[in-house]
Design a protein around this ligand. Structure first.
Ligand code: NAP
Length: 253
């Protein structure tokens, strides 16, 4: 039976790379997006043209009604869901010192990057547990090295990703006995629309030795880890944190 994956924020960047990798591995893929219907459709068409099976579903994961509809459509499409990749996320609307951060900006980031992920995961797991079949299911959270790197001008983002770290541990502990593995991937500096506005800054930092592996990360660097987890290469693990960061997290002296 063909496995089915839901990738939030699959229309662009890392999420699009994950959709392509999972489709290449034979999964049917639901490409969720918020606004960019054209980009989502391009991902779907590229997968379907190469013999895969994908569909786009619009839903803003921070809206409860959209989440309910997304979960319903995800399970209805092929009658099952095996993999949830919580990838959708937003950068802070502006980089500002944490003492100046406005409450609305803080809440906006937490709502998408953390609260929505909690409630979407909860809704998906409830349905997964009611789904007949013995196959191993997987949830993968795309957090960030910002879960542990303090950027004082991106406080809400860092807090949201640190929260995702604990969410991963909580879900992993709760769901291990249910046959659902839960993982976290922490990308480093990755070339997508999200980092385009700060490209020159990171180009300079990488040239100055920030990364042990001196290059930008690509969406494929994250997607290949997702694909390996879903392929079952780590089945006696759960709660694992994978870094896709060129060694950025290593403390160096
Ligand atoms: P991106 O290029 O900005 O793409 C973001 C994706 O998320 C888009 O598909 C977007 O949909 C979707 N999205 C945003 N808000 C959404 C919402 N409320 N509901 C549903 N979908 C939503 O971002 P990216 O760089 O690929 O980042 C993907 C994930 O990796 C994020 O969680 C990010 O925090 C994390 N990450 C990125 C980096 C990096 O350096 N790029 C590093 C570490 C972690 P639309 O196309 O419709 O807007």
């Amino acid at each position: 039976m063909q496995q089915v994956a839901l990738v939030t924020g699959g229309s662009r960047g890392i999420g699009a790379g994950i959709c392509q990798a999972l489709a290449g591995q034979g999964l049917a893929v639901i490409v969720n997006y918020r606004r960019n219907a054209d980009a989502a459709e391009q991902v779907v068409q590229s997968i379907n043209r190469s013999g895969g099976n994908a569909v786009a579903v619009q839903a803003d994961i921070s809206r409860p009604d959209d989440r309910d509809r997304l979960v319903q459509q995800a399970f209805d499409w092929q009658g099952r869901l095996d993999v949830l990749v919580n990838n959708a996320g937003i950068a802070p609307p502006r980089r500002v010192d944490l003492l100046e951060l406005e409450e609305t900006e803080y809440r906006q980031v937490l709502e998408v990057n953390l609260n929505a992920v909690f409630f979407l995961s909860q809704a998906v797991v409830r349905r997964m547990l009611a789904q007949p079949g013995e196959s191993r299911r997987v949830i993968i959270n795309i957090s960030s090295v910002s879960a542990e790197f303090a950027s004082t001008d991106r406080a809400a983002y860092c807090i949201s990703k640190a929260g995702m770290g604990m969410l991963t541990q909580l879900l992993a502990a709760r769901l291990a006995g249910e046959g659902i593995g839960v993982y976290e991937i922490r990308p480093g500096i990755t070339a997508t629309d999200m980092t385009a506005p700060v490209k020159e800054k990171y180009d300079r930092m990488i040239a100055d030795g920030l990364l042990p592996m001196p290059r930008w990360g690509q969406p494929e660097d994250v997607a290949s880890i997702v694909a390996a987890i879903v392929a079952g290469h780590f089945d006696y693990t759960t709660g694992q944190v994978f870094y896709a960061d060129g060694g950025l997290h290593i403390r160096r002296l």
